[in-house]
Design a protein. Structure first.
Length: 136
């Protein structure tokens, strides 16, 4: 396999009459091959689908990053309000989820209507969400 160096590519471009974008940008051209000019508009149309995909990826990355930053700040603020650390708050929340899941497993084993029991105990929203997911 033969390796082509950047210098060789540049020499080939010069010999073919290809003008780099930096030299031709003044008139909208991004390259000239012999007598044929390639414009910025032609180039963008040529790679349009790839640019759209790239922009979608950029949007998703920014959205995910913002969601993470918002979540981190909310955890910090809630921890501060409870006079604890974010790590301890996350442990507490994880423990509550484990307890809820354990209660649901016990109720399922005993064949108890979790919705009715949750309503009787005044815990409707906490237990109902899990019960509804199980039925769907």
């Amino acid at each position: 396999m033969k390796v082509v160096t950047p210098l060789a590519v540049a020499a080939l471009a010069v010999s073919l009459g290809i003008v780099p974008a930096a030299r031709a940008a003044g008139d909208g051209k991004v390259a000239t091959v012999g007598e044929h000019a390639i414009t910025r508009a032609q180039l963008e149309e040529h790679v349009r689908a790839k640019l759209i995909e790239l922009e979608n990826q950029r949007y998703e990355l920014l959205r995910e990053g913002l969601d993470e930053m918002i979540a981190e700040e909310l955890v910090k603020q809630e921890a501060s309000a409870r006079k604890t650390t974010p790590a301890d708050l996350e442990k507490l929340v994880a423990g509550q989820h484990q307890l809820r899941d354990h209660v649901h497993q016990m109720l399922e084993r005993l064949d108890i209507d979790a919705d009715r029991l949750a309503g009787d105990l005044g815990l409707g929203p906490l237990l109902f969400a899990r019960s509804a997911r199980r039925q769907s």
